[in-house]
Design a binder for this molecule. Structure first.
Ligand code: C5P
Length: 214
């Protein structure tokens, strides 16, 4: 069972995907971490995330330990991620990793939950369930600001809103694998829902997808 969860920055898709995977005993892949790791690796090498050759080199030699490094979580690596993500050669390198994960989830898990921007459209177009998670830009900026402050980082709501809006615009307008809802994805608007409410709605979708498979 493959569950694809896509949506814009700070929509709550990561929290939902991780919780669903834990609940169902499925493997979880945060595909954004791959792009963030490539972005940070380029920055750490003193290179520009817009430099195609440097970004492709980083994607081809991805340092796996960066995937669990809290340093990839800030807004600077997030911005670098969305800049390397427009480069088709970078996406090509990361596509195989993601498709292998879906085909053969680690530790023999009976399913996988993958979140990102193009999981339902490009990475797993045949996923058993696709959910497109969204929320108003203001709500997403508030959530991201609270998350940054909780991690002890400085955060400013207006700046976070501007960063998120710019990142979404870049993700939606790029030529290769842009952020968009797959035609067969359920739209889950989390603007007026808390984490439990989002989880319960998604779980109902999982149950009906499972019933449909039987
Ligand atoms: O989801 P997260 O905010 O961690 O993703 C960081 C960036 O990585 C996104 O803004 C997007 O540009 C890129 N990304 C992508 N495709 C994915 C996941 C993330 O292009 N499947």
């Amino acid at each position: 069972m493959i569950i694809a969860i896509d949506g814009p920055a700070a929509s709550g898709k990561g929290t939902l995907a991780r919780r669903l995977a834990g609940h169902l005993g499925y493997a979880y892949l945060d595909s954004g971490a791959l792009y963030r790791a490539v972005g940070l690796q380029v920055l750490n090498a003193g290179e520009d995330p817009g430099d195609e050759a440097a970004a492709i080199r980083a994607a081809a030699n991805l340092q796996q330990d960066l995937l669990d490094d809290p340093a990839i979580r800030g807004e600077t690596p997030g911005k670098a991620a969305s800049r390397v993500a427009v480069i088709p050669g970078v996406r090509q390198h990361l596509l195989a990793f993601q498709q292998n994960f879906a085909a053969l989830p680690p530790d023999g898990a009976p399913g996988a939950v993958i979140d990102g921007r193009d999981i339902g459209t490009i990475v797993c177009p045949d996923a058993d369930l696709k959910i497109f998670v969204t929320a108003s830009a203001e709500t997403r900026a508030k959530r991201r600001t609270a998350e940054l402050l909780a991690r002890g980082e400085t955060a400013d709501l207006a700046k976070t809103l501007a960063d998120i809006t710019a990142r979404d615009a870049r993700d939606r307008s790029r030529k290769t694998a842009p952020l968009k809802r797959a035609e067969d994805a359920y739209l889950l608007d989390t603007t007026n829902l808390d984490i439990d409410g989002v989880f319960l709605e998604a779980l109902a979708l999982v149950e009906s997808a499972k019933a449909g498979r039987e």
